[in-house]
Design a binder for this molecule. Structure first.
Ligand code: CO8
Length: 258
C-alpha cells in the first residue's frame, strides 16, 4: 500500500519505518505524504497506544531529499516546507505518544523529524546533525525552532551554524536523546519503553502530553491555569477511580480507557 514506508500494528504499537535505504531514507515529497498518512492512521486507531518511528538500513533519515530540493523553485520549496511542517506538527500534537528509534544517521530533516517525536532512543552508532548550511540552506522542518527548545539556544546555534555531526553519546549529554543503547538492543529497548507507557492509564498519558506541549508555549501564569484545569478532568474518568483504588488495594490496575 505504501511505496516508501512500512506500516504495521502489533500489540497496541504502530511501527512506522522509513523504507528508502538506498537513498539513506531521505525525505522526498512522497515520503512526507506517506508518513503523514501513516501517522494519521495510527493516531486515529483507538487500538494503538504508542507509535514507534524508525528507519530501514543504516540511516534513520539522512535529511530532506537533496536531489529533489536542488530543482525546486522558491514557491515549490515553500510548499515542500509546508508539507514537512504539517507532518512534524501532527507528530508533535497527536495524542498517542511517539518514540523515535534512531538506528543511524539523523541529519537535517531527519534530525528534525526525530525532534518532533516525544522520546528519542538512539543506537550507539547513531549520528545527529543539522548540516543544511553546508548546502547553502537553513533547517526548514522546524530545526531552528525545536533544537533550541530541546538543547538550549547555545548548543542549537553551535550545531546549526557549524553543521557539525555529533555522536549518540554527545546527543545524550546535551539532552537531544533520552537513551543510548547498542544497535542490537534498540528495537527491544524502544518496545520496553512503549510497553511501560502502555501500562499507564491511557487518559492520563494523553493529558500529560497535552499539558507539556501546550504549557511549554504559554507564559507560566497561563500554563499554571491550564495545568490546574486539565488536572481536574481525569477525576471524571473510571480509570482515575481504578488507578487510585488499585493502589490502595495493593493490586495492579485494569484500565478501561474511559
Ligand atoms: N538526499 C538525497 N539523497 C541522499 C541523501 C539526501 N539527504 N543522503 C544520502 N543520499 C543518497 C546518496 O546520494 C547516495 O546515493 P547514490 O548511491 O545514488 O550515490 C546514497 O544515499 C548513499 O549515500 P552515501 O554514498 O553518501 O553514503 P555514505 O555512507 O558515504 O554517507 C551520509 C552517508 C553521511 C548520510 C551522506 O549520505 C550525507 O552526508 N548525506 C546528506 C546529509 C545531509 O546533508 N542532510 C541534510 C539535507 S538538507 C535538509 O534536510 C533540509 C531539511 C529542511 C528542508 C525544508 C525545505 C523547505
Amino acid at each position: 500500500m505504501y511505496e516508501t514506508i512500512k506500516y504495521e500494528v502489533k500489540d497496541q504499537i504502530a511501527y512506522i519505518t522509513v523504507n528508502r535505504p538506498k537513498a539513506m531514507n531521505a525525505l522526498n515529497s512522497t515520503v512526507l505524504e506517506e508518513l503523514y498518512e501513516a501517522f494519521v492512521a495510527a493516531g486515529d486507531d483507538e487500538g494503538v497506544r504508542v507509535i514507534i518511528l524508525t528507519g530501514e538500513g543504516k540511516a534513520f533519515v539522512a535529511g530532506a531529499d537533496i536531489a529533489e530540493m536542488s530543482k525546486m523553485t522558491p514557491v515549490e520549496a515553500r510548499e515542500f516546507g509546508k508539507k514537512g511542517h504539517k507532518l512534524m506538527n501532527y507528530i508533535h500534537n497527536v495524542e498517542t505518544p511517539v518514540i523515535a528509534a534512531i538506528n543511524g544517521f539523523a541529519l537535517g530533516g531527519g534530525c528534525e523529524l526525530s525532534m518532533a517525536c516525544d522520546i528519542r532512543v538512539a543506537a550507539e552508532s547513531a549520528k545527529f546533525g543539522q548540516p543544511e548550511v553546508s548546502l547553502g540552506l537553513i533547517p526548514g522542518f522546524a530545526g531552528n525552532l525545536r533544537l533550541p527548545r530541546l538543547v538550549g539556544k547555545g548548543m542549537a546555534k553551535y550545531m546549526i551554524l557549524t553543521g557539525e555531526m555529533i555522536g549518540a553519546d554527545e546527543a545524550y549529554r546535551i539532552g537531544l536523546v533520552q537513551k543510548v543503547v547498542p544497535l542490537e538492543e534498540l528495537a527491544g529497548e524502544t518496545e520496553r519503553i512503549a510497553k511501560q507507557i502502555i501500562a499507564q492509564a491511557p487518559i492520563a498519558v494523553k493529558y500529560a502530553k497535552d499539558v507539556i506541549n501546550n504549557g511549554y508555549d504559554m507564559d507560566l501564569k497561563s500554563a499554571s491555569a491550564y495545568e490546574v484545569n486539565t488536572f481536574g478532568i481525569p477525576f471524571a474518568s473510571e480509570d482515575m477511580v481504578e488507578g487510585t483504588t488499585a493502589f490502595l488495594e495493593k493490586r495492579k490496575p485494569v484500565w478501561k480507557n474511559r
